[in-house]
Design a protein around this ligand. Structure first.
Ligand SMILES: Nc1ncnc2c1ncn2[C@@H]1O[C@H](COP(=O)(O)OP(=O)(O)OP(=O)(O)O)[C@@H](O)[C@H]1O
Length: 639
């Protein structure tokens, strides 16, 4: 485009997703409209941060003048102007940023707004998706943006009524550096031009903007721009912490679950304030949280979403880190190799774990609320972060047979504290859900012996157990493994399940096992006598060192090609059915029936685990049993 051409008024069409967004925004609920002002102030503040950065790093821009935001209401004209002395925008930037380039966020935002939220047009989440500017159309039916970039002599004006189009043209009169947003307020949004209303909104949502926000005329400063992270902890009130969280997270009116304020002087100097949000949006189907922590060098914002400061599994934390030891020109690319960042990260991690330990100890209810939301992410950490595994192992929670209510509130230390003398292992059992776990016959001996078993109700739990291997020197053992190494139970004859001599097996039991082996063949590694069952006739166990059943199931779901691991079928000699079969072995005529029973028992164990064995074979066999049973009741007389 020629320079001449560029000066003419040009019309553009909004990108499709933006059009959709604008439609939604202009029909928003009255209550959510305050966020429009918050978003515009936040954009102005970002532009000022950028300008401060430019002034400090680019000699030619050293005299940047005052960096401030001015809000100028005009009740009579039903107009509101938000002006900043930030970096401004060139013509190309106006076109791209405010209309033609859809931020990846806008699509996500539209996709994730639930139908219900859409119906109510509750759009308070908009700021998190990087599409905040358009919220101007919640309160205005016409918006003008006049801007001059610090890199440009000339100013430009963008204008739109939020329908499908916008225009951009050169401004003849000289413009000061920065951006001016002129909102022509809708009739039902005219209160946004009332000074006390503006003050109220700024106080609520924007008090932590680190630049003065002035209200014209008179230029009264209406925000307190104190950087709370450099203040001594004792001097910061809970309310200030909460408001700073709302500022960082764009989560209006939401309170964080907990916060952490750290000030470190050596070896690296830094201040940090970190927050846990109250809920984990990933749990509700939102995409992976991609926000990071804000990074400041000597109070100047260097990067908004710095992912290098915390490991990925702590991606849900909001916060800010400010260090005197970082150069201002630290670039995104060099952050990863930066030794200051690495040391801050190590120190932050330790403080976070200390904070969580303290929360678990002093406020167990608050800690429980936290792990209900973010426990899965801590478990993710226990799997991937080997150096921090021991610390994370203390923080993660499981369900257990101790209460059997399925709540994930048992710490490994709680379990160990309840272990009877002589128990050398920590036992666990996984399954598709709590009901399936509780029906698992492998639990019988544990119930009888009153030994606690951790219930792995979350799929990730199995991976955690695998990664940990042991806890406090005690091997983590799936109760469907071959070698359980159960503690002795002296004096309690009833519970001596490991000494089968107590109960005489039927003389034909060995023959039953042989017949079962013949029938089932290579589908199991072995068929043998069980010492762990009390009531059920059989169960499947895994050979020493093999993966637990649930783990095999999970891996199989991910990779259908995974070969079946052969397992051991254990048979309970005391179960009435097995005793009867033992007696039947006296007559070889019954061998075929006993074999059919063996096959059916094996199928039953698989069915209980949620695996469907060969359906045709299974149905044919059951049909056979039914025929035989019916025949006993009423034999058919063949004429
Ligand atoms: N006052 C301003 N000064 C300079 N640039 C601005 C201003 N307001 C908006 N912009 C530019 O327009 C872009 C789009 O703004 P928008 O509010 O839609 O998204 P965002 O600022 O990237 O995300 P968020 O709203 O979450 O802060 C910004 O990234 C910025 O480059």
């Amino acid at each position: 485009m020629t320079a001449e051409h560029a000066q003419e008024r040009q019309e553009f069409t909004f990108q499709a997703e933006i059009k959709q967004l604008l439609h939604l925004l202009s029909h928003s609920l009255y209550q959510s409209r305050e966020i429009a002002l918050r978003e515009l102030i936040s954009n102005a503040s970002d532009a000022l941060d950028k300008m401060r950065f430019v002034a400090l790093t680019d000699g030619a821009q050293r005299d940047s003048g005052p960096l401030e935001i001015t809000i100028e209401p005009d009740e009579a004209a039903r107009r509101l102007v938000i002006r900043d002395t930030g970096v401004g925008m060139t013509r190309e930037e106006l076109v791209a940023n405010l209309g033609t380039i859809a931020h990846s966020g806008s699509g996500e935002f539209l996709k994730n707004l639930s139908t219900e939220a859409k119906a109510k047009a509750d759009l308070s989440l908009i700021g998190q998706f990087g599409v905040g500017f358009y919220s101007a159309f919640m309160i205005a039916d016409k918006v003008q943006v006049r801007s001059r970039s610090y890199r440009d002599e000339r100013g430009w004006e963008w204008e739109s009524e939020g329908t499908g189009r916008f225009t951009v043209e050169a401004v003849e009169a000289p413009l000061p550096r920065g951006t001016e947003i002129i909102l022509h307020l809708k009739e039902d949004a005219k209160d946004f031009a009332i000074p006390y209303r503006i003050k109220e909104i700024v106080r609520r949502y924007s008090s932590f903007i680190p630049h003065p926000i002035k209200l014209a005329p008179g230029d009264e400063v209406i925000n307190d721009q104190k950087p709370i992270w450099v203040e001594p902890k004792r001097q910061v009130t809970e309310e200030q912490y909460d408001r700073f969280y709302q500022h960082l997270s764009h989560h209006t009116d939401e309170k964080p679950l907990w916060h952490l304020h750290v000030s470190v002087d050596s070896p690296i100097q830094f201040h940090a304030v970190l927050y846990s949000p109250p809920s984990n949006l990933e749990k509700y189907g939102f995409p992976r949280m991609e926000h990071g922590v804000s990074l400041c060098a000597k109070r100047v914002l260097v990067q908004n979403d710095c992912r290098e400061l915390l490991p990925d599994y702590l991606r849900f934390l909001f916060g800010l880190v400010d260090s005197e030891d970082l150069p201002l020109n630290v670039s995104r690319e060099t952050l990863q190799d930066n030794s200051v960042i690495r040391r801050i990260r190590g120190s932050l991690l330790k403080s976070i774990f200390d904070r969580l330990d303290q929360l678990a100890k002093d406020q167990p209810d608050a800690f429980q609320t936290f792990t209900d939301q973010f426990g899965t992410l801590l478990k993710e950490g226990a799997i991937v972060d080997a150096p921090q595994r021991d610390r994370l192992a203390k923080l993660i929670r499981f369900a257990s047979s101790h209460k059997a209510d399925g709540k994930l509130d048992v710490a490994l230390d709680d379990y160990v504290g309840r272990m009877p003398e002589g128990q050398k292992r920590i036992y666990f059992l996984g399954g598709p859900d709590l009901a399936a776990i509780e029906k698992n016959p492998n639990l019988e001996v544990f119930r009888k012996r009153k030994l606690e078993v951790l219930y792995l109700v979350e799929p990730i739990d199995e991976f955690v157990m695998n990664a940990l291997g042991s806890y406090g020197g005690k091997p983590l053992t799936s109760i469907d493994s071959d070698d359980l190494d159960l503690p002795d139970a002296p004096g309690d004859a009833e519970s001596k399940v490991e000494t089968p001599e107590d109960e005489k097996a039927e003389p034909g039991f060995a023959r039953v096992l042989d017949l079962f082996r013949e029938a089932i063949g290579g589908r199991v590694r072995d068929v043998r006598e069980s010492h762990r069952l009390t009531d059920s006739p059989c169960c499947l166990v895994n050979a020493d060192g093999a993966l637990s059943t649930q783990m095999q199931r999970i891996l199989k779901m991910a990779n259908k090609e995974m070969p079946e691991m052969s397992r051991i079928l254990e048979i309970n000699p005391k179960a009435p059915l097995i005793r009867r079969l033992g007696r039947l072995t006296a007559n070889a005529e019954h061998d075929a029936f006993i074999k059919q029973c063996g096959l059916q028992l094996w199928s039953n164990t698989l069915l209980l685990e949620g695996v469907a064995p060969d359906a045709q074979e299974l149905v044919a066999r059951i049909q056979g049993f039914m025929d035989e049973a019916a025949d006993k009741r009423s034999p058919l007389i063949v004429m």
